[in-house]
Design a protein around this ligand. Structure first.
Ligand SMILES: *Cc1c(COP(=O)(O)O)cnc(C)c1O
Length: 438
């Protein structure tokens, strides 16, 4: 019927032709689909919004968030939108909450917001800060600074305790500050994605447990990739988001609030909060709802992600993150890209590497994308050019990090960096072999 198919290759001209537009269009699309699916390029079988800008073939999202969304989660997000106050969504929300609790290590209710991670950081501040009390922000990287900036912008009263970037949090210094002044809460980043150093929440929790002070943490890039034992450690507020180790698209924010924190919130003296009000969110949750329209597709995705996490088993998921991030660091060290910083609490979910003086981190990031479509992060803050960061969270395995290292080696060789070819992959393989997961 269609003699010269190449005539139809200028795609979707069918849409603009008036005679039998749908038939023609459908033919073109079916033909194109067959062409493209043969080559396994599923991203080309896309919808109108994606046609304008093609996602390059072989695109590898290796950022410390947002992370690669596994196909089964991506598919789940395409389910029809239902009434978010109807029985189906009520059941889904309850299911998501129950299966999130072990990941938070809590028996608290989990609050759902349509938000990015920073929205949840702001929520944590406005619900706790009050005009008459002070907060302490402990910072050891860019996200710690963001926390304090939020407090500044919304007019909270606070002190800062800054640690060198790339170092561990000095717990004794925090304890000293807590002796000097009574703070309503200490705010800290659980997994500082800018430096790949985690906070020892168990020790911080022990500092405030028997005091009126709350411990508030951002575990946006930690939760589901790094151990979180909220109740056991005495963490009062944990906020997180969907697009990191939870493997979902961005758009869903989460908060878990302890009984001790609810007591403070219930005093009702906190800074003005409408959209971000934890109290309003809890009142809705008690009816099986969220106060405002939630990110329904991301909740669908989350349910699928929770299936994946619990099928693998949470301890195994966390062990996999630890094992693979270690192997990636070992591989990088072997090609003269040492671990950034001096901290010992190394993150399982992000690897930060020091860029040698002769190189520019931005050039490595650019070359990885241009040559291999591998997307990693540099640094846009005071470490600009000096650090590169690779996500080690979510749906990734041995092959993922070996590919990262293969691409790094090829790019570094081009940039004139001195190292033994193949040493990175060999070191990572050795590291993986030494830590086989049963
Ligand atoms: C990714 C991230 C956030 C959230 O960033 P958004 O872009 O607002 O989602 C917050 N804190 C940390 C530690 C993060 O890694």
């Amino acid at each position: 019927m269609i003699r010269d198919r190449t005539l139809l290759r200028p795609r979707y001209t069918g849409l603009t032709i008036n005679s039998k537009p749908y038939m023609l269009c459908a033919t073109v699309r079916l033909y194109d689909w067959m062409q493209w699916s043969d080559k396994g390029r599923f991203h080309r079988v896309s919808h109108a919004a994606n046609r304008a800008v093609a996602i390059p073939e072989g695109y590898r999202l290796r950022l410390p968030g947002p992370t690669f969304v596994p196909e089964r989660i991506r598919q789940a997000t395409a389910r029809p939108i239902v009434n978010h106050r109807g029985p189906e969504f009520r059941a889904m929300l309850a299911d998501a909450e129950e299966r999130l609790k072990p990941i938070f290590g809590t028996r608290n209710r989990i609050l759902f917001f349509a938000a990015s991670g920073s929205g949840m950081m702001e929520a944590a501040v406005v619900n706790i800060a009050s005009a008459g009390t002070e907060l302490l922000f402990v910072s050891h990287g860019q996200f710690g600074e963001r926390f304090a900036t939020i407090a500044q912008e919304i007019g909270a009263r606070f002190d800062r305790l800054d640690m060198p970037w790339g170092s561990d949090i000095d717990i004794d210094a925090v304890a000293q500050r807590l002796r000097e002044k009574t703070y309503r809460a200490v705010f800290v980043i659980h997994n500082e994605s800018s430096t790949a150093i985690t906070a020892d929440l168990a020790r911080l929790g022990a500092l405030v447990r028997d005091t009126p002070t709350l411990l508030v943490t951002d575990s946006v890039s930690g939760l589901a990739g790094t151990e979180m034992k909220q109740d056991e450690w005495g963490v009062d507020v944990v906020v997180s988001a969907s697009q990191k180790a939870l493997m979902c698209p961005p758009g869903l924010g989460l908060a878990s609030v302890s009984a001790k924190a609810w007591e403070v919130i219930d005093r009702g003296d906190h800074l003005p909060a409408f959209y971000w009000s934890f109290k309003r969110a809890l009142a809705s949750l008690e009816k099986g709802e969220t106060p405002f329209t939630p990110a329904v597709p991301v909740v669908y995705g989350l349910l699928e992600a929770l299936d994946m996490i619990h099928a693998e088993g949470l301890p195994r998921v966390l062990a996999r993150h630890r094992r693979l991030s270690t192997a990636l660091r070992d591989g990088a060290a072997a090609i003269n890209l040492p671990i950034f910083g001096t901290g010992r609490n190394l993150s399982s979910t992000v690897v930060a590497l020091s860029v040698p003086q002769a190189l520019d981190g931005a050039a490595i990031v650019k070359a990885l994308y241009e040559r291999h479509r591998t997307v990693i992060a540099g640094s846009r803050n005071r470490l600009s050019g000096r650090v590169i960061r690779i996500g080690t969270m979510g749906d990734f395995d041995d092959d993922t990090i070996l590919t990262d290292l293969a691409h790094l080696e090829s790019v570094l060789a081009d940039l004139g960096h001195a190292f033994t070819s193949g040493a990175g992959i060999a070191a990572a393989r050795a590291s993986l072999a030494a830590s086989i997961q049963r």
